[in-house]
Design a protein around this ligand. Sequence first.
Ligand SMILES: [Zn+2]
Length: 399
Amino acid sequence: MGFVLASNMGKVLLEPMRDILLSSHTAAVCIFVNFVSECSKWAKRLEDLLVNAFSSVAVITIHGEMDKNERFGFVQLFTGHFVMANYDCRALVGTAAFNTGINNKQLQLVNRFGIPRCVATSLQEQGRNACVAGMSGAYVILTNWKMFIKLSLYILIPNKNTAEQPTEYAGVNSAISPRKTTTPCPPTNTMQIPLTREETENIKSLALDNLLDSLSMYTLPGFGYIHCRSEWFMAMGELLPPPEMMMPCDTQCYVCNDEYKHSFLPVVYSGAIKFLDSRKFEFVNTYVMTVGNCEDFLDILAKDKDWLRIVFGKEKVANFYVSGFFLQLLATKILTFEIVSGNSLRLVVTRDKYDVKRYKHPMAWEGIEFRMSARGGQTMEFKEVVTRISTASAAMQDI
Ligand SMILES: [Zn+2]
């Protein structure tokens, strides 16, 4: 499986899908998205690519706002249980609600557009591909900062017109069909029970926790190989660090094969702390983010040589590495969101129950990869970071 932080999603996401469809008459591909509106958008783009390549493959979309019978029909078409003459539908774009029941034995590539709302959803999606022994499938998560903020806004401010109309409510079992309501509510069979304000808040924070688990799974390579973390999640039912003796898969997951280095840069531990303590963090902290402007502060930081040197030990890095760093700060819960208004958020430092800033605890940084401050310095294991800090603080006590 892979993970890509990219701004040009269309190219990264769609061209390999087109090539797979063109190379075989049976291969199928699938895209999972977080929002209904993204279904039609990506289906249209993939279809355009296919038309330009003189392919007659049809792209179908499946989401919770469709008529039940129509949906059923499309699922049967995609899985090959129902065949229509001259209708070759080997490409599907769907929301997470349909990641079960769409078993297509020839599925070769599943692209996940945006971080999945919970780890279980993601594992179900991953399980759709390469069902036949000997097939090599692929599951690739593509995301960027803007998509993550859009989804977070949506979870935290579901009743407001933050982005677009709600789809599945996050955090619940993705196999449960969505309801057409703007208020999050637990599954009910016959009636909708109005929730108290407190219950609504609890559901929202649960949904955000699920999303952050998912973010942690995919953006913190220091916690171990993704394939081990996935297996451990399935065995334990929650996201826990796997036992160290688990073996690498070498090629199948992007942590084992080092591909994560294309999305995340090692961070200078002391520099990252220095930044969070500095005036520059005040700039980030007071920056009010909407879906429209949420990437602007990252662009400013990505041009700031001093900042880059402090945090990454380099003076020039690609913009997406900066967003990768902020995704990691959210995944470790070093930073968290504060709602500013009906459609905006800002980033604030998380504090523990004693009001101590979370980033002051070295253990909060586990999962991020570190490097020495010197240019071109080697990466450093988290254990070494902790050893260095304890040595330094012991030396302080001697004085
Ligand atoms: Zn692996």
